[in-house]
Design a binder for this molecule. Structure first.
Ligand SMILES: [Zn+2]
Length: 149
């Protein structure tokens, strides 16, 4: 009884596999192809979130991703996909140009501000010293210059 039901379901799935999905997944959308019922990407890359697939494709390549998925047991796939998506997002963010990472700017900006502040402090000190020197000169000039006539 039990095995009979299983067989029936299996056949049902087999027939389904020949059809394409009404809404293509993000991966098939990206490649502009029909999304089959057994599409390896469809469960993890819904059509409404194309960015999720785009970043994985950009960083790992869809073919590599598919290969990895084949090696991962089905029960672990959702988890593995999540890891890969997060990893791809991180790599994309840190990218070749480290400054694209906002945290890098957060780290560099205070240093730059500190450097500028030091320069301003130096300038202020120089101006102050100049003022003092000028004042001394004036005082000296007034005192040292006898009104000879
Ligand atoms: Zn698909």
């Amino acid at each position: 009884m039990h095995s009979k039901m299983k067989k029936k379901n299996k056949n049902k799935n087999k027939n389904k596999n020949n059809k394409r999905r009404a809404v293509a997944c993000a991966a098939c959308n990206c490649f502009g192809k029909d999304c089959p019922q057994d599409c390896p990407f469809a469960p993890y890359f819904p059509a409404h979130d194309p960015q999720r697939f785009a970043v994985v494709h950009k960083i790992f390549g869809a073919n590599n991703f598919e290969d990895v998925m084949k090696d991962v047991p089905k029960i672990k796939r959702a988890e593995a996909v999540e890891d890969m998506v997060n990893d791809a997002k991180m790599r994309e963010r840190d990218g070749i140009d480290g400054l694209r990472d906002p945290s890098v700017i957060d780290n560099v900006l205070p240093l730059y501000e500190c450097h500028l502040k030091q320069q301003v402090d130096t300038m202020v000190a120089l101006v102050d010293a100049g003022k003092t020197a000028l004042q001394r000169l004036r005082n000296g000039a007034i005192r040292g210059k006898p009104t000879r006539r």
